[in-house]
Design a protein around this ligand. Structure first.
Ligand code: PNS
Length: 159
């Protein structure tokens, strides 16, 4: 059983994340989307809101499930018996940070490999931060996130 974890903050989930989920679901037997529950981070959505939005948006993918974790990713990967971490790479600016994390995780957990998928070109500029920034000014975010979650995002900004 090849089970991979796709971890992230997903605050909120974007078309870029969903593209990585769909593509990695074709490569592994099971994908667990792991939502980071980091209480120190000031997030727009609660962990349960993020988990339920991603679950709803991936309900057509039978080998995708969504969970949440607090603490180290390597510990969560062990807990759910995942042997691969999936991350998306948008541009060279992501690379240094991602390489450092992947190498640290591998030093600590040698059997856990990180696989990088290059983000589809049409989403290479996209991030949750950009979505939040745009939405906070009442901007049109329909090119960034699925229509189903737009009202939820706008409601957070009273738009
Ligand atoms: O979507 P993000 O915010 O870029 O995701 C970052 C994430 C969740 C993958 C990373 O911060 C993470 O794994 N955090 C959990 C703590 C941990 O294991 N850190 C890596 C060791 S340095």
């Amino acid at each position: 059983m090849r089970r991979a974890i796709y971890p992230g903050s997903f605050d909120p989930v974007t078309f870029g994340h969903l593209d990585i989920i769909r593509r990695s679901a074709c490569m592994f037997d099971e994908i667990v989307v792991g939502v980071l529950s980091n209480s120190a981070k000031n997030s727009l959505f609660s962990v349960s809101e993020r988990v339920s939005m991603i679950s709803e948006l991936t309900r057509d993918l039978s080998n995708v499930r969504v969970g949440s974790f607090d603490g180290l990713l390597i510990d969560y990967a062990k807990e759910i018996d995942a042997n691969v971490i999936v991350r998306g790479l948008r541009a060279v600016t992501d690379f240094e940070y991602e390489l450092q994390i992947a190498q640290t995780n591998r030093v600590e957990s040698p059997k856990l490999d990180t696989v990088f998928l290059t983000t589809s070109l049409e989403y290479s500029y996209l991030s949750s931060t950009i979505v939040r920034e745009f939405a906070s000014y009442g901007g049109d975010i329909s090119r960034f996130v699925p229509a189903e979650i737009i009202p939820k995002i706008m409601a957070k900004y009273n738009k």
